[in-house]
Design a protein around this ligand. Sequence first.
Ligand code: BGC
Ligand code: MG
Length: 548
Amino acid sequence: MAERWYKRAVIYSVEVDAFQDSNGDGVGDLRGLISRLDYIAGLGATYIWLNPIHPTPGKDDGYDGTDYYQVDPRLGTLGDFVDLIDAANDRGLRVMLDLVINHTSDQHPWFQASRRSRDSSLRDWYVWSDEEPAHKDEGAAFPGEQHGTWTKDRRAKAWYFHRFYDFEPSLNHANPAVWDEIRRIVTFWLHLGVAGFRMDAAPFSIEHPDPRTGSASRDYDRLRDIRRWLSWTQGDAIVLAEANVPDDEILRYVSSGHDNDDRLHVLFNFRLNARIALALARRDVRPIVWALDTAPQLPENAQWATFIRNHDEEDLSQLTDEERDEVFAAFAPEESMRLYGRGIRRRLAPMLGGDRRWLELAYSLQFTLPGTPILRYGQEIGMGEDLRLKQRDAIRTPMQWSDAINAGFSTAPADRLIRPVIAEGDFDYRRINVAAQRRDESSLLLWMSRLLRTLRECPEIGDSSCDVLETGIPSVLMHRFTGPHGAMLFLHNVADIPRTVDVTRALTAEDAPSESFADDDYGALPQPLVTLPINGYGYRWIRLRFVP
Ligand code: BGC
Ligand code: MG
């Protein structure tokens, strides 16, 4: 049943330029991705999210685009894109694109025209101020890497607004002509067959900054417009919004109020993401319990997307200074591992010291918390980061396919690769790669595909109500989903000390428990079921009810 398919999806996030190069130029491309679709489908993912694929000077890894209607020539052509959609759909996979409408590259022809002349019809497509803005040094999204949010353009003889880098001028979201163009962009890609978009920087993409006061107002009804264009063009397409905003604002991205679901469909769960990091650092699940107990209540058709790491820094800005310091101390002890004063530029496997049991626990936890899970390429094999690369590039190194030259990513000379392959230390591609893990029954890769297969038989996680049950043990989370498809019980122990959990309060008389996935062979479930043992860093998935 395709209805609300996104509540049962497993998202796989791919950086096309770092995934698979098909033509030996050192840059991953669409044909390379096509050749790896069986791998992604085989893993158990259903929905592929591509980071930006448009032409770009590449100063922000493609988030600085110069043409919304084209594919970066290094990645392929529009024809290749259509082939990708066909090949993906053949395998039951859907494709999602990044939609970056907050800004363009300063090299975009629109900006070039806008700065050239006050008389240009594109002048008002960007945000200009003739006077020096009062708060020009405030509001930077990348503190330490970016100076302020207004920059003087000598050519235009005016100041332009940029929420991100100065080479990413913000579009003027108060201009209806800009929204007309956005509608065209969205419709264009829907017609080419995408199943939705990740809306980059959603809060900033609907705001109108005021150069005099330094404040910005947000026009949430624009989100409803996007929703409408989607419904008219392709009814089941969705938007996943990147909105790392406070609790009292978040619901506005999905609903205009009164429980309407008339805005966007899915929200990255940043509030939960930061609390997972804190819980792992503390070996105490209470931050997660708090995040679940206090979660803003989404309207019925809206959804959370759960993630443990993404293509950016691990963003801890929602934590208090003390909490953030605890997470830094545990997972980013060196200054070079931190970024923008708020985040961690590492992948999960090295953050957890390569500890296989701890990694499994972390992923099991993420994938069973309410929402649609996202897996980023390379997580399934436990890839590491390269801290010599600048900023977030550290976690964007090429996929490690095998122990062949350049990890099987490309046949180009190593110095021509888009980014270097990790070739030393514990995460060296000769140790960590897909081919080796495929041969190894006990590998993380095969474990992950088992997890995903089991997960897909647990639609409750994406689509039913979740209750957190008291265990009296700070390191153990017990949560239960009950819905029309059945019921599931999950136990997770975030500390490395075995425990025994009283599960009686989680069970009802109609339940018929059986174990579907666990970190260990715990043997047959005791009858009657009163307590269950759980290993240090253990996890147990117990099916309570199944509705055929
Ligand atoms: C993306 C970043 C990007 C920024 C500017 C973010 O929210 O996730 O990777 O640098 O937007 O487009
Ligand atoms: Mg290539």
